[in-house]
Design a binder for this molecule. Structure first.
Ligand SMILES: *[C@@H]1O[C@H](CO)[C@@H](O)[C@H](O)[C@H]1NC(C)=O
Ligand SMILES: *[C@@H]1O[C@H](CO)[C@@H](O)[C@H](O)[C@H]1NC(C)=O
Ligand SMILES: *[C@@H]1O[C@H](CO)[C@@H](O)[C@H](O)[C@H]1NC(C)=O
Ligand SMILES: [Zn+2]
Length: 574
């Protein structure tokens, strides 16, 4: 019997309710920079210079954003008010979110697939064939949004401050398309590969001031919010937020058993492992409402999950399950369903700056997108698929010039083809190995790291001594170090471990209804499209929420993280 492997990073700090405030503020950027070695050697100097160049690029970008902030006086014209003509009668809406996927991620994945599957250089992804436009992503508090403000733009159709979960800058709740859809008689579903309490899914079915309030988000998602039951189908990770603190595997601060409340009070069926998922028979054997939590927190990156398929379902499997179940559940109804599917961890790979993990996340997302398109083609019910990202993550660039060299007009997908594990998983293996071999000789450790992890899993045969030493001496920074080794050799650049402000792509199955979001639109226009397509009254939900949640005030006033950071040029002077 295989022991459950979540949480993957047993040796690294994981989110729990207390830590999560800070973790959320930094959006999984408990991810620190690549360590700068200090021992004197020319190779060390090379790495130090390279790091300097990366930092310099980052500083210039940060500065550019600040300058743009100061000069941003040109008003944005309001979106044109042409009326959407949705199809009459029953309809289904599938909204897909590729968290943290920017335009460069598409080029990365397209080229990678051409190499790994020996396809023609004209070969494109399914997403490419459904390109619809681009979306501007800034939030009300920053040019660089977080996932909470990004998802509120979709769920409520309104701009808000970073960290807000369907709450507006006046700290009042806003009704969501999912809540309005449920009220109007649609069936509803959320499918993700991260914690179901994470910002994107949370924004569709809960209202809290800060995304870190995950204990509360879990309660609202299963029907304990002021609106009661709103989500019929939940598939994803984040089980730890639903278990009482008296149970192993809980990350709640209290002793509330959310799974028990979901089942006893709100009638949910609860599935919590692969056997439970298999019993759903890809949606043909489901009784709704269903709460399916198949990982303690995140589902592993697809690059690793494919070797643990006996434990975790894939995004595509969960999406197919949801489509089949919701279609069946609405077959005798006048209304269809609203389903949100998120490729949640494209963003995490971006935060870690791990291109080998990201490319497999995007491929799985593309596969899932195709499943939805195929579903719509076959379905007798009218339907639309709209897919977009909340923001870009990492400032991914598909070229890299290292100090002292001329620009090289190439990058190398083959490096990513050779890498068969995420840097997150390799860091986990390293920490685990060091814990179980505490008395191992340093030389043996370095040998094991190089042979088993670097050569064996990453397919890197030219590791520098300084790189192996950094891994052996600082396992806490190993995740970024492994990712850096892959990126450098593939000539892939990153400008940040956080998000960036670049416009993201919009994809759609198309049709006249989606015309309104053709071209370059505001992220809030996508949110408005969702409610208009379903013809549901979100304002009525907003009114009800404001009455019922009256008197709930924020725990602390919002403060932008930007202000707490040193001036971007400070490092230059030190
Ligand atoms: C568990 O939750 C209860 C409140 O529900 C609290 O009193 C107790 O301190 C918590 N225990 C731990 C170990 O956090
Ligand atoms: C269908 O689901 C039920 C639980 O809801 C389970 O007991 C049964 O074994 C499942 N059937 C199949 C064929 O998997
Ligand atoms: C990873 O898998 C590919 C095939 O998918 C293979 O060519 C490559 O050698 C593998 N790399 C390692 C390090 O095992
Ligand atoms: Zn995001």
């Amino acid at each position: 019997m295989q022991q459950e492997r979540t949480p993957l990073l047993a040796g690294t700090p994981r989110r729990n309710s207390e830590q999560s405030a800070r973790a959320a503020e930094e959006e999984d950027a408990a991810i620190h920079g690549h360590p700068v070695p200090t021992a004197p050697s020319s190779r060390v100097r090379e790495v130090a210079l390279f790091t300097w160049a990366l930092l310099a690029t980052a500083a210039v970008i940060v500065l550019a954003v600040i300058l743009q902030h100061r000069n941003a006086t040109v008003p944005v014209p309001p979106p044109t008010e042409t009326s959407v003509k949705p199809p009459s009668g029953k309809r289904n809406l599938i909204f897909m979110v590729s968290d943290g996927m920017g335009p460069a991620s598409l080029s990365l994945t397209r080229s990678f697939r051409q190499v790994i599957e020996e396809r023609d250089m004209s070969d494109t992804l399914v997403l490419d064939q459904h390109f619809w436009g681009t979306s501007r992503t800034r939030s009300s508090s920053s040019f660089v949004t977080d996932s909470a403000a990004g998802a509120t733009a979709f769920s409520c159709g309104k701009k808000t401050y970073n960290t807000a979960i369907s709450m507006l800058p006046d700290f009042e709740p806003c009704g969501t398309v999912l809540e309005a859809a449920k009220r109007a008689g649609y069936m509803t579903g959320l499918v993700v590969t991260t914690d179901i309490t994470d910002a994107t899914p949370a924004c569709f079915a809960s209202h809290v001031f800060y995304r870190s309030q995950m204990d509360e988000i879990a309660m609202q998602e299963i029907g304990e919010g002021v609106l009661g039951h709103t989500v019929d189908l939940i598939l994803g990770g984040g089980r730890c937020h639903f278990l009482p603190n008296t149970t192993a595997g809980s990350c709640r601060a209290d002793d509330v058993d959310v799974t028990a409340i979901a089942q006893k009070k709100h009638g949910y069926t609860y599935a919590h492992d692969r056997a439970g998922f298999d019993a759903l028979r890809l949606g043909k054997n489901i009784s709704l409402p269903l709460l399916g939590l198949f990982a303690s927190s995140d589902v592993p990156f697809e690059i690793d999950r494919r070797n643990m398929a006996d434990i975790y379902p894939s995004l595509n499997e969960m999406a197919l399950t949801a489509l089949t179940a919701l279609e069946e559940a609405t077959k005798d109804s006048e209304k269809g369903f609203f389903l949100m599917i998120e490729g949640s961890r494209i963003d995490h790979a971006g935060h870690i700056n791990d291109p080998a993990a990201q490319v497999r996340e995007v491929l799985e997302y593309d596969k899932t997108f195709k499943s939805v398109v195929d579903f719509l083609d076959k379905s007798e019910t009218e339907g639309v698929l709209v897919a977009t990202s909340d923001h870009e993550t990492g400032g991914l660039a598909l070229a890299l010039q290292t100090p002292g060299e001329l620009p090289v007009y190439n990058w190398h997908p083959s490096v990513l083809v050779n890498a068969n594990a995420s840097s997150e998983y390799l860091a986990h293996l390293l920490v685990e190995h060091m814990a179980t071999n505490a008395d191992e000789d340093e030389e043996d450790l370095r040998k094991w790291i190089n042979e088993d992890l670097v050569v064996g899993r990453l397919g890197i045969h030219d590791a520098l001594e300084v790189e192996i030493n950094a891994l052996a001496s600082n396992p806490a920074a190993a995740m970024q170090a492994f990712a850096g080794m892959v990126s450098l050799r593939a000539r892939i650049g990153w400008s940040t471990h956080g998000h960036s402000a670049v416009d993201v792509n919009v994809y759609s199955s198309g049709g006249p209804a989606a015309e309104k979001i053709h071209g370059n639109v505001e992220n809030t226009d996508i949110g408005k499209f969702l409610r208009e397509y379903l013809e549901v009254d979100v304002d009525e939900i907003t009114k009800e929420l404001r009455e019922k949640m009256k008197g709930m005030s924020p725990a602390a006033p919002y403060k932008a993280t930007e202000e707490t950071n040193p001036h971007p040029l400070e490092w230059l002077q030190s």
